[in-house]
Design a protein around this ligand. Structure first.
Ligand SMILES: NC(=O)c1ccc[n+]([C@@H]2O[C@H](COP(=O)([O-])OP(=O)(O)OC[C@H]3O[C@@H](n4cnc5c(N)ncnc54)[C@H](OP(=O)(O)O)[C@@H]3O)[C@@H](O)[C@H]2O)c1
Length: 318
């Protein structure tokens, strides 16, 4: 009897989902970037642009007239993505460059070539990310989440900040996540050597993204370079590749989840919307301001993380 009731209940829910699918999709799609600002003459750099949110962001910004440089760890995948963008938009100016954020030598080599060959950078989108990977370390011995999602982008931004300032007005967009609500910075064990949980390591790296945005915005006051963080929403992408459970969840509940194109909207909004020209240090979700968890808006923690990051990377960034 109980089993029959459960089966009937599931049947009703499935029927409702099918009936209301178009409405559910519209709601799940979230905020849309309504600014139609053109980006002709602008140069954009997007990390992790060969797939998911990064690729969609690259495509839209290229269609708006920007020269888009897609920084990818796998150049072959990057070229395939660039080719598909060009096939859909023959005028799109997209280029692929090699960048592995899990290796500071690769980041430095990338920046060196970039600074030699590109004379302007108006929009930097720190988009690449890893989530819930098995415990692993970057070439420099950093835990993979904090290493790629935070430290790799920290070093990249440091190396390109002079060019961004010289190209001002310029914008930096840091792709964080709502997951930051569940994380905190474990200064005593930043690299999870004591204990490791892939989910918590991801959340920690996403809090780090927000603290970096906060401290960088403070330091960039008066430079006409802004920096804002975004939450793209829950997006059906390759990010869940390390978790079978999450991949299953994403496919079963795909009707409730954003497509990569929908997930790119807030990054596009922060990159292009005219009304944000002087907005800095903020966090956006669904193309609107959103609130940051207390652990992501603590100035003391932000400064401490800045110093620790500089020390780990062997740089001085005053
Ligand atoms: N999907 C979501 O629901 C969601 C929610 C909140 C926030 N986000 C954030 O959105 C951003 C984009 O994620 P996504 O959903 O588009 O995921 P995705 O489809 O997995 O894309 C991630 C990108 O990052 C690249 N990447 C990973 N490690 C790298 C490294 N060491 N060096 C350079 N690039 C590297 C990947 O390259 P390969 O393809 O070569 O691996 C890929 O291009 C991430 O920062 C993520 O945390 C996503």
């Amino acid at each position: 009897m109980v089993l029959l009731l459960i089966i009937a209940g599931l049947g009703v829910v499935t029927l409702l989902v099918i009936l209301f699918a178009p409405h559910i999709r519209k709601y799940a799609a979230g905020g849309v970037c309504t600014s139609s600002a053109r980006l002709d003459g602008k140069t954009v750099l997007i990390t992790g642009a060969n797939t998911g949110i990064g690729k969609e962001t690259a495509q839209v910004l290229a269609v708006r007239g920007a020269r888009v440089i897609m920084a990818c760890r796998d150049v072959e995948k990057g070229e395939e993505a660039a080719a598909s963008i060009r096939a859909a938009n023959p005028k799109a100016q997209v280029e692929v460059r090699k960048l592995d954020l899990a290796d500071t030598c690769s980041i430095r080599a990338f920046a060196q070539d970039f600074l030699r060959e590109v004379d302007r950078l108006h929009i930097l989108i720190n988009n690449a990310g890893v989530m819930m990977c098995p415990y692993s370390k970057t070439t420099d011995g950093f835990e993979m989440h904090i290493g790629v999602n935070h430290l790799g982008h920290f070093l990249l931004t440091y190396l390109l900040i002079g060019l961004l300032k010289n190209s001002a007005p310029a914008r930096i967009i840091v792709v964080s996540s709502l997951a930051h609500y569940f994380g905190w910075i474990r200064f005593h064990d930043l690299h999870s050597q004591g204990s490791y949980n892939g989910g918590l390591a991801y959340c920690q790296s996403k809090v780090a993204n927000l603290l970096f945005t906060r401290e960088l915005a403070r330091r960039l006051q008066g430079t006409n370079v802004t920096v804002n963080a975004v939450h793209p929403g829950t997006v059906n992408s390759d990010l869940t590749r390390h978790s079978t459970l999450m991949m299953l969840f994403m496919s079963v509940f795909s009707v409730f989840i954003k497509t990569p194109s929908e997930g790119a909207q807030t990054s596009i909004y922060c990159a292009a919307a005219e009304e944000l020209h002087s907005v800095s240090g903020k966090y956006f979700s669904d193309c609107a301001p959103a609130s940051v968890a207390p652990q992501g808006r603590n100035d003391e923690t932000a400064k401490r993380l800045w110093d620790v990051s500089c020390e780990l990377l062997g740089i001085e960034w005053h």
